[in-house]
Each structure stands twice: as C-alpha cells, then as structure tokens.
Design a protein around this ligand. Sequence first.
Ligand SMILES: Nc1ncnc2c1ncn2[C@@H]1O[C@H](COP(=O)(O)OP(=O)(O)OP(=O)(O)O)[C@@H](O)[C@H]1O
Length: 472
Amino acid sequence: MIEGTPPDASLAETQLDTLSLWTACMDRLSQEIPEQQFNTWIRPLSATVAADGSRVVVSVANRFKMDWIRAQYATRITALLESIQGAPVVLELALAPREGPSRTAPAPRTVQDQVLAELPDLAPAEATVPSGPKTRLNPALAFSTLVEGSANRMARAAAMHVAGSLGQLYNPLFIYGGVGLGKTHLVHAIGNHLLADRPQAKVLYIHAEQFVSDVVKSYQRKTFDEFKERYHSLDLLLIDDVQFFANKERTQEEFFNAFEALLAKKSHIVLTSDTYPKGLADIHERLVSRFDSGLTVAIEPPELEMRVAILINKAAVENAVMPEEVAFFVAKNVRSNVRELEGALRKILAYSRFNQKEISIQLARDALKDLLSIQNRQISVENIQKTVADFYKIKVADMYSKKRPASIARPRQIAMFLAKELTQKSLPEIGELFGGRDHTTVLHAVRKIGAERQQNTELNQQLHVLEQTLKG
Ligand SMILES: Nc1ncnc2c1ncn2[C@@H]1O[C@H](COP(=O)(O)OP(=O)(O)OP(=O)(O)O)[C@@H](O)[C@H]1O
C-alpha cells in the first residue's frame, strides 16, 4: 500500500466495470465491519480505479483519517480488492482536495464519487478531530468507552484531572499495571479529551519502542535539532510502556532531556509501564526518580462486576445483546485481563452470527471451548508447582516435602503465593496440595511474597515472568 498525493489525471478514465471492483469491495466490507464503524470510516471514502483494475486510489478527507484507514483497514481492503479482481492490486491512499462551500470545489470525477458525494459524512464531528501535527491518537479510545470500576477508578480520575487541567497537578502521571488492563486506552483518552477542548494543543502519543527508534534515526540522519524541536515543543507527551527503555542508554538520556524540557515549560507528561517506577529494571536512577516525582497510580486487573460491565458494554457497541448471566459466565472464566475478555467476546459474537443462534451460556461454552480448557489446564496448582520448580531448578517433589533449606522453602512460598493469586482455591485447599500444610503457613507465604514484591525488583520480575508463563 502506498500513500499518494491527490489522485492524478494519469489514471485512465474509469470504466464502469472497474468501478464495480470498488463497489464490490465496499459491499464485502459492509458485511465484515460493524455498521457504525463502516459508516464512520469506510462509507465516506471514494475511489478512482485504473482502467485495468491494477491500481485503486482512495481519497480520504484528511490526514488523520488517512492514518486511521492505513492502520486499521488498508490491509483488508487490499486483500478484498485482490480477491475480487483475482490479480494484484496496488492500493493508494490520497488526501482528497479540500472541498469548501465555494463553487471552486472540483466536480466529482466518477459515478462512485457522485454517489458518495451526496452521502453525509458520518465521521465523528470534525471539531474533535485534531488538525496539525500527527498525534497518533486513536479517537475510539476515549473516557466514554472506558468502563470504570474499582480497579481503575483512581487512575481514571487522575487521567481526567490531567486532561482537564494540563500542566498543573500530577506531573508526570505514571500509570502502571499488567498487560491488557487499559493503560493505553487511558492515555489515548487523555489526549483525545484535551484535543476536543483545545484542538490546537500539541499532543503526541508514542510507544516507548517508537521513541527508541526515533532516537536511533535522528542519530543516523543527524537530525537531532528536528527531534528536539518535535519533542520539546509538545504540550502533552503520552508515552507507553517505558519499561522498553531498559538498557537503552542513549534513549534514556534523550528522554531525560525531553522530560526536563517539557516539565520546565509546564507541559504534561503521562507515562505507562508494566511496573511501578522503582520496579523498573535497567533504567537510570535519575530517570526513575523523575518518573516517581508526580503521581503514580496503578490499574489493577478488573474485578468480576467490572468484567461483566465491560462485556455488556462492548457487546452493545457491536449491536449485540449479551444477557447478564452469560456475561457473568464469561467473566468468571476469563479473569486475567480486558484484552482477553475482548477476544472471548469476539469469539462468542462470531459463533453466534455464524450459527445464527442467540447468545446463551451454552453457546458461550461452545464458542470458548478451547480457551476454557486451556485456562483450566494452566491455572491448576499442580501446574504452578511444576512451573515454579522448573524456574528455580528444584524438584517438583520439594513442593510437598518437609525440607526447609531456603533454596527450597522460598520457591515453595512463591508457588503458594501464585496459587492464591491465580486460582480460586482457598488457603486450606492450597495447604493441602503443598504436602498437607496448615492454612496459616500458606497465608504467611502469600503475605510475605506479596510484601516483598513491592520492595524487591528482582523478585517482582521473576513473579512477572512466572505469571506470564502460567497465563500462557
Ligand atoms: N475499563 C475498560 N473499559 C473498556 N475497555 C477496556 C478497559 N480496559 C481495557 N479495555 C480495552 O482492553 C484492550 C486492552 O487495553 P490496553 O491496550 O489499553 O491495555 P494495556 O494496559 O495498555 O496493555 P499492554 O500493556 O499490553 O500495552 C483495549 O481494547 C482497551 O480498549
């Protein structure tokens, strides 16, 4: 896929049969994409098709939409065009010439254009769409679509505060939590909210890895002035997953400079990470202490009711009705994070549409058969014992043995902690599975490891690895 300039006259005059290529593609997309998304992003597009069908230039109203179409739909559109055409098709995205209210607006050039020109542009109100430099914000990730619960209440409140009074309190705002819990969603929501209020604000969302690559590129191309200009002039910098700065000396230095420059001019910085600042490994102390100098808030895994609310909301967005009992069933079985909940929901919706059956517990059970069996298999105490024993290179049998040397007792305590965290088993049940130990022994282990984790970076990392391994 190529990004082009406005459609040029070199394209041969479109034939009706080639035009039908685009119409057929639109038809197929309308069946695949939820109606609201189709109306917002796809329906307003118009296309010019080369006479032999080998090249399709799609006109997009502005750069913002162009980025969005490129990221979300271009691959699919190309694939559909090629499957309809039965031959390779080059898809180009082009900015449509600005159409003002004046008579100078160019006349639509194709039949398709004429039809489409008459359709209302159903995209979100342009006033909320940022103009100016690329923000990399996803407009769908807003406060309004983020379900609130005790797991994210504080983070959400802090984020809303920042979005509403930039550069004042909570600077930097550091949001941390495990994968798929809504950190990225929250930072996009801050940016989108700010731009809706102040469309001219300079906002940039960037993933830490992209920042690393920007640093590398500006070194290679000797374009450091541009780099500085770009980052140091922002009003709001949203940077995701800063744990990726680990061991990147040069990047850390440049980020430190950007950080100082932005704070000095009262611009706001929001960072996310998978752990709290002091838990970050291989990042300079001076940077860590800067990260921790504003407000640090956690996003916890969502509790049951919140998971239910998320499922019901997301189903409604897809125009589907998810009965509460089904939502409870799914939420009880998919516990680790919201991304997994979304995956489960997608499977259920697809299964229901494909089989033309209403959503029920039985349907959810069938749709999630693989997922449920994997989960049940993975989150057993036996599995935890084996995984922890392998990790610390001790025998599984030592998990139940009465041996007490620290090299064995500690992994055993870690396994007990994970058993409590990752399974539904009670303390006495866990004690039983660890060689008939008393529930107070398990409670002691759970508290000890939980408290130590907050202080001990190495232990925190090890637990993180173990949790990810167990969750698959
Ligand atoms: N409270 C919530 N309400 C609605 N949707 C949510 C909520 N939390 C997360 N999501 C959705 O779950 C998905 C995963 O969230 P997100 O990408 O923000 O997670 P993350 O914490 O940034 O994960 P990672 O560490 O992997 O980057 C997204 O589609 C997001 O919109």
